[in-house]
Design a protein around this ligand. Structure first.
Ligand code: 4AD
Ligand code: MG
Length: 436
């Protein structure tokens, strides 16, 4: 048996496919030298591939050529190794490979720079090397699983995927975090959110979603903010604020369930225990939230955004994700629908992760009335001409509609209890990092 894709080097198995029932079988693996030690005529090489590690033992008497290659091989060299499976309780994973052949494909420089005590900044200077460590590989595998689970979820709920532009002409979430660039004699921006395009797309497709990069020229440097992130957004026509909160909580439930079901080995490597949250999630009003914050010593003047610290204090009072609903109009972007019973607040919410984490998503109902939207755009001192097409949608039968957005990396920091959001990125982009 060989891998369907990888035929040239004779790979027969991935490490994760090997178990004690295969005792005596001969297998060929490809991978890297993860660790190495010599002990009385035997060399032990821990072989690593994308799925795990296994101990390979080379004996001087039984396989002298292999033994010699194993003696000269350096850490992080790429190798092809053939051997027979032996059950051995002393081996780290309970099985060992008795090596018969050992081929070095690319001999690594002996100075592997990532020492055990390497500092965080150095690890990200060397992100191209750090990425291959089992913890980072696990995070990337879970991130891929999260994308797969999201596609399955939205497909199952009858949403159509869309592919919006990333170069845009106007802000969605305020000018302060826009990245401008020159665009043939005019100024364009990197997209903060595809929401406005979704609102056009639902007029034909009714329920849409997307997974696309978003950009924020974020001034504040926190463990939850990036300048570039993957944004999962959805929008529903004829949908209310309550309808979209239903989508959000079912999505979070589906994502956590999928990851616990399919990624237990990776969760073990990361040493995290994941709890599947129960539905429905609690709804807490903005008014209640600022009262809770006040009891924790954070004074939030009514009408202002909660802010990171107060939001964290509120979140600490909860053990499961919950919504904060009814944010004031003054604390929200121009497109949010005012509550008809109380126009000083909006039909909007943030989904908050518990235990001091904070915002996972933002969403709500949008203004579908032309005059009201125009007034809000002017109130916010935005240029209506930049939104002419967005306004025109309101002239031609746009009904009530709602949507939300969630950062993939933000979700992963919460779920996997990562120290910093950059760990959830292949090559993170923050105010101080564009290289590598
Ligand atoms: O709260 P935000 O700014 O809302 C919007 O962009 C809406 N237009 C979305 C919509 O309704 N379609 O961003 C949505 C989510 C946040 O809740 C957070 O998960 C993530 O995007 N996010 C960030 N993630 C990482 N780094 C940043 N700088 C982020 N800013 C927002
Ligand atoms: Mg938000």
């Amino acid at each position: 048996m060989t891998d369907k894709v990888l035929k040239t080097f004779g790979k027969t198995h991935y490490v994760s496919e090997l178990d004690t029932s295969m005792e005596g079988a001969s297998v060929t693996l490809t991978g890297w030298v993860h660790r190495k030690r010599e002990h009385g005529g035997v060399i032990f090489v821990i072989v690593r591939d994308s799925t795990g590690v296994i101990q390979a033992a080379g004996h001087r008497e039984q396989a002298p050529d292999a033994f010699e290659s194993m003696q000269t091989v350096t850490l992080e060299s790429s190798i092809v190794v053939t051997g027979t499976i032996a059950v051995d309780k002393r081996a780290p994973t309970g099985i060992e490979l008795k090596v018969t052949e050992f081929t070095v494909v690319n001999l690594a420089d002996p100075e592997w720079p990532l020492e055990k005590d390497a500092g965080e900044a150095f690890l990200y200077d060397k992100r191209h090397l750090y990425l291959r460590s089992p913890s980072q590989t696990s995070i990337m595998q879970i991130k891929a699983g999260m994308s797969r689970a999201a596609h399955q979820f939205f497909d199952g709920e009858g949403f159509t995927e869309i592919f919006p532009p990333v170069m845009v002409g106007a802000s969605v979430e305020g000018g302060a975090t826009l990245f401008p660039f020159k665009y043939f004699g005019t100024t364009a921006y990197l997209s903060q959110s595809a929401q406005l395009y979704e609102e056009a797309a639902i007029c034909g497709l009714e329920k849409v979603y997307l997974l696309s990069p978003s950009f924020r020229a974020e001034k504040h440097r926190t463990r939850r903010h990036l300048t570039e992130y993957w944004h999962l957004e959805a929008e529903i026509l004829f949908g209310t604020h309550e309808d979209i909160m239903g989508v959000e909580e079912r999505l979070v439930h589906a994502l956590v369930s999928y990851i616990t079901e399919h990624f237990q080995p990776q969760l073990d490597i990361l040493k995290v225990k994941v709890r599947i949250p129960k539905l429905p999630f609690k709804r807490v009003s903005y008014d209640e939230a600022i009262t809770i914050a006040e009891k924790q010593g954070f004074k939030v003047p009514w009408g202002e955004d909660l802010g990171t610290e107060a939001e964290r204090a509120v979140s600490k009072q909860f053990k499961a994700p919950f919504f904060i609903t009814g944010y004031p109009t003054s604390a929200r972007s121009f497109y949010h629908m005012p509550d008809p019973d109380r126009p000083e607040i909006t039909l909007s919410s943030d989904l908050i992760a518990p235990e001091g984490f904070g915002e996972l998503t933002s969403g709500g109902q949008r203004i579908h009335d032309l005059d009201l939207l125009l007034k809000r755009i002017k109130d916010e001192k935005l240029d209506p001409s930049a939104y002419d097409w967005y306004l025109e949608l309101r002239k031609f039968g746009l009904p009530p509609h709602s949507g939300f957005g969630m950062g993939l990396e933000r979700f992963l920091v919460w779920l996997l209890k990562l120290k910093h959001i950059r760990e959830a990125c292949l090559f993170p982009r923050t105010p101080s990092r564009i290289h590598p």
